[in-house]
Design a protein around this ligand. Structure first.
Ligand code: 5GP
Length: 193
């Protein structure tokens, strides 16, 4: 998605540890017009699917998922990060290793909001090593629901997540795929350019 690539190149900031910061338009301040175009693009790429729910993880996926959901006309369910997992059987839970904070979170979705009839589109902001997506896929699978597609805003193609998820047979669409980024010069190279 060229508009997104241009914006990342203009306003993205490279940090040590292969982190691309997009705080000025996606992860802190949010450019709603751009995110609206992102939502439309997800709808366009997954137009053939009959989606009943969009699933994401708090916090940064929520805004993007909500805007996309307006085009799919379905609810958003976000996996909550929990201090300790509720063991009363009311939730599906798993653990996710956070790429940016280097710690492990318990995440959960209430059994009330996802079930075997659901056809799910997972949406998230970044794909790095794939831990967040593997966790979300696990939660959806535990509910007996199907993952029909996965929409990612920025995939870091030089990390392993894309391969892991595609090898699982998932239909993964990433709107911008970074092939290489140079923290010294600030240059970012995208797939397909
Ligand atoms: P993964 O679980 O695929 O290793 O990492 C994905 C998660 O880590 C995303 O939900 C995102 O919040 C965060 N993340 C990973 N890499 C980056 C990055 O380069 N920049 C930002 N802003 N977040 C990232």
């Amino acid at each position: 998605m060229q508009q997104l690539i241009d914006r990342i190149r203009k306003d993205g900031v490279l940090k040590p540890g292969n982190v691309l910061k997009v705080d000025s338009f996606l992860n802190h301040q949010m450019d709603i017009e751009l995110i609206n175009e992102i939502g439309k693009e997800f709808k366009h790429r997954f137009a053939d699917l009959d989606i009943t729910k969009i699933v994401t993880v708090e916090a940064s996926g929520i805004g993007i998922a909500c805007i996309a959901a307006q085009y799919f006309h379905v609810p958003v369910v976000f996996a909550k990060k929990a201090q300790s997992v509720n063991i009363d059987g009311e939730v599906y839970s798993t653990q996710i290793q956070s790429y940016t904070h280097k710690r492990i979170y318990d995440v959960m979705i209430s059994k009330k909001f996802i079930g075997p009839k659901d056809k799910v589109l997972i949406i998230d902001d970044f794909l790095a090593n794939g831990c967040a997506l593997v966790g979300l896929i696990e939660l959806v699978s535990c509910a007996g629901a199907s993952v029909e597609g996965i929409g990612i805003v920025v995939e870091k193609g030089f990390q392993t997540g894309g391969e892991v998820i595609r090898e699982m047979g998932m239909r993964l669409e990433s709107l911008a795929i970074v092939e290489r980024m140079d923290v010294e010069t600030g240059e970012i190279f995208f797939r397909g350019e």
